[in-house]
Design a protein around this ligand. Structure first.
Ligand code: DC
Length: 232
């Protein structure tokens, strides 16, 4: 049995928080695939590559060595992200990365390079994978697919509070607008757009706290794992 749990959904829907807790609870690996698109974006910015130079960005995605490992430091990180040998865990959260990552992730060649690596990691099993296309493209045979949704206003509010907590100078209206733009790019791109897989269970996180969602999805996992055990 492989035990692959796919969690997809729009930005700031609470996917990572949920997945991290589930991974701890079931002793599975937590893998947030978004960090890989962020890593390529950072590599492009650092190398002075223009974000609209698709070929150069694809070449970077193919050559960059991106390692995602369990956290080595207790500073709030959920994993270590090492890009070409350097710890870039916090750098990939920078606003300039945030502002350009959606464009990078529309490039088919970038997606191909990263999807292949994600699949290799996912196929080890006992894993909770988070992204936009895990259930549809990366791991279409996942044992359980969750699509975690929430309204754009609620998600912008969460991101605003997160940034305020970190001491950043955040403005709700600016975040809301940026999030709308990102949703638009993520869900209308030609390759692997953000969409719930046909066999995904859609969980709406509006008006629910993190605990309720965790319990709801945990139940689903237990049910699905029991199902598998009965079948095998
Ligand atoms: O989840 P996140 O905000 O870290 O994702 C960053 C960007 O990467 C986001 O614009 C969508 C993209 N992404 C993707 O296209 N496919 C994935 N599997 C994960 C993220």
């Amino acid at each position: 049995m492989k035990n692959v749990i796919a969690i997809d959904g729009p930005a700031a829907s609470g996917k990572s928080t949920l997945a991290l807790r589930l991974a701890k609870d079931f002793d599975f690996l937590f893998f947030d695939t978004g960090v890989m698109y962020r890593a390529v974006t950072l590599a492009a910015l650092n190398a002075g590559v223009a974000i609209d130079d698709e070929d150069a960005c694809v070449a970077l995605a193919q050559s960059a060595v991106i390692e995602v490992q369990p956290p080595s430091e207790d500073d709030g990180r959920t994993s270590d992200v090492i890009v070409n040998g350097e710890d870039q865990t916090w750098a990939i959260r920078r606003p300039d990365v945030e502002g350009n990552v959606s464009v990078i992730s529309t490039y088919a060649g970038v997606r191909e390079a990263l999807t292949e690596q994600q699949r290799r990691i996912g196929s080890r099993g006992d894993i909770v994978m988070v992204g936009r296309d895990i259930g549809t493209v990366v791991m279409p045979d996942a044992d359980l697919k969750i699509y975690l949704d929430a309204s754009v206003e609620e998600r912008a509010l969460r991101r605003y509070l997160e940034e305020k907590c970190r001491g950043d100078d955040a403005e709700y209206e600016v975040i809301l607008e940026a999030m709308r733009k990102r949703d638009q790019i993520d869900s209308t791109r030609e390759v692997a757009p953000l969409i719930a897989a046909e066999d995904a269970i859609v969980v709406d996180s509006d008006n629910k706290d993190a605990n309720e969602i965790f319990e709801e999805v945990k139940e689903l996992i237990i049910k699905h794992l029991e199902l598998d055990q009965k079948q095998s």
